[in-house]
Design a protein around this ligand. Structure first.
Ligand code: 13P
Length: 253
């Protein structure tokens, strides 16, 4: 069994470096005792260098953003090469909060390519905004995935992780029910298979994200049968994330 992958998306948290250091230290302490789970933390840019440990690779570090450009006159941008040079291994791309701020599938596709060309893992977020009874959301999801991966060479498919995050479940009270997570993650894999290949789809990790906490994480893995989780709020809540990681690690499938 390949290891489960739990990625913490810290978003624009915490407010101070001292707190960021406390969160990463605690995450590392718990990650060190896990047997079946790989852990990635994605802090804001400004905390990345303090969260990367030269000595300990127990928690990998990811970025929440990357430029489409390789370098040069692009004020405010950070390139994939710069991130990789610092030791960043993952980049979250296509998050609904970025899409809502105007990021298009075309731009996301360029960011994915920049990330993969630099040798990092692209964590690509997809998910419908709403669910309808007729199932139109499945077509919307399919189109979104196809457009997001347009132009991404198939040789890179092995370095892609998909984070299925239904937008309506992000920052909500409740996560999606695990049975629906199971159904939809299979659908996502099918679309990935149509774009790349069946072999790539068998290997790609599909994570679930949206209101995951220490109480529901185990069931989402057990019943939802996903390869891991993309966790927002709970990833910066020290006691909650600790329990979440332990709960995921003990699930036997
Ligand atoms: P929450 O876990 O806070 O709902 O956020 C989910 C998310 O957007 C992770 O990328």
């Amino acid at each position: 069994m390949s290891k489960r992958l739990i990625i913490g998306n810290w978003k624009m948290n915490p407010p101070t470096l001292a707190e960021a250091k406390r969160i990463i230290r605690s995450t590392r302490t718990v990650a060190a005792i896990l047997e079946h789970t790989d852990v990635v933390a994605c802090p804001p840019y400004t905390y990345i260098s303090s969260c990367i440990s030269k000595k300990s690779h127990i928690v990998s570090i990811g970025s929440q953003a990357v430029s489409i450009h390789g370098g040069g006159a692009h004020t405010g941008e950070v390139s994939a090469g710069m991130l990789n040079d610092m030791g960043v291994q993952y980049v979250i791309l296509g998050h609904s909060e970025q899409r809502a701020a105007g990021e298009t599938d075309e731009i996301i596709s360029k960011r994915i390519i920049a990330t993969l060309e630099a040798g990092m893992i692209a964590v690509v977020c997809v998910g419908e905004k709403v669910r309808d009874e007729q199932g139109a959301y499945l077509d919307i999801l399919k189109d979104q995935i196809k457009h997001t991966f347009a132009g991404v060479p198939s040789k890179y498919a092995k370095n892609v992780v998909i984070a299925y995050e239904p937008v309506w479940a992000i920052g909500a009270q409740e996560a999606m029910i695990p049975e629906q997570v199971y159904e939809t993650s299979l659908f996502v894999k099918k679309v990935f298979s149509d774009i790349f290949s069946q072999e790539s789809a068998m290997k790609v990790k599909v994570l679930y994200g949206g209101s995951v906490n220490f109480r529901n994480a185990g069931d989402i893995i057990r019943v939802g049968k996903v390869d891991g989780l993309l966790v927002g709020r709970e990833s910066v809540n020290i006691p909650g994330f600790k329990e979440l990681l332990k709960a995921v690690d003990v699930v036997v499938l």
